[in-house]
Design a protein around this ligand. Sequence first.
Ligand SMILES: [Zn+2]
Length: 343
Amino acid sequence: MDTGFVYHDDYLKHDTGAHPESAERLVHIMSELKEAGVTEKMKKVLPVKASKEQIAYVHTDAYMKGVERMSKEGGGLLDPDTPLCSDSYEIALLSAGGVIKATDEVMNDSNNLKHIFALVRPPGHHATWNRGRGFCIFNNIAIAAEHLKRRYCANRILIVDWDVHHGNGTQEVFFDDPSVLYFSTHQYPHYPGTGWIDEVGKGEGDGFTVNVPLPAGTDDAGYLYALNNVLVPIAKEFEPEFVLVSAGFDAHVADPLASMNVTALGFGLFMDLIKEIAEKSCKGKIVIALEGGYNRDAIAKSTVSVFNSLLSRREKGRADMVSRGVVERVEEIKKVQRRYWSI
Ligand SMILES: [Zn+2]
């Protein structure tokens, strides 16, 4: 058994009311996983809350205290898109802690676990050092990357963020940090507005941020073309010691908040490609964290497809034509990235 998942019913306690990022998302994912018969093939990992010290790897003390105060006073709006209830602070700690726990389980050789998908909420990739936004409270994936650096001295961590929105928070945390290569595909232009191809990092981190903004309507074939032509050669050269994935499923064709055309099978094919990267450079070590995705049926089926990839239960995809818009955009990106990488 080399695959696991993180889950806890307490993740349902982050009550957002009538909001796209609802507890129902995880309820649907869990029931689809059971129906597909994949849960019994994997190790279940229980999360523990992140400590304040771990949250402080990424966020300011003042921000953390502000979230705690608002939550404990009964809740409120962290920003117009991001509601808190009285349990949200504690559950946000459990969300970050779930991704941290997943990295510890994969790093512990005696477990023989290579991949863990942390089915957590609230999501994290829009949260910056001092601001929660876009449904995100603490930046789970960024905190886990810092944990890998501090606890295991990792200095080449690859973060692949295929959520349809640009992970502005994750990019900001590592913009000047050469030990974390942040790679993002996202619909552009779209929320939160960042992630153009010329955002490449700064200072020592120059060249370690790779943005792949894609036009609305990009499908499985377009994404795979971009991943194969930009991510694969750069990852080969970077040789990550650990791969983290910010997995949102809002690029799915049925998602109500975006306009991409990815299928559930497509996400499994992205995972196949990332698995191959990890197999070649770091004995397959991958931790995946759930980010967005707002059509319940779509995110449940997409999650199963990712687990099918992790469990090597993959059916083959179709070879569709790649749109001209994507081919041209990838050429633009390669021109920028050639300053840093052999692509
Ligand atoms: Zn998203």
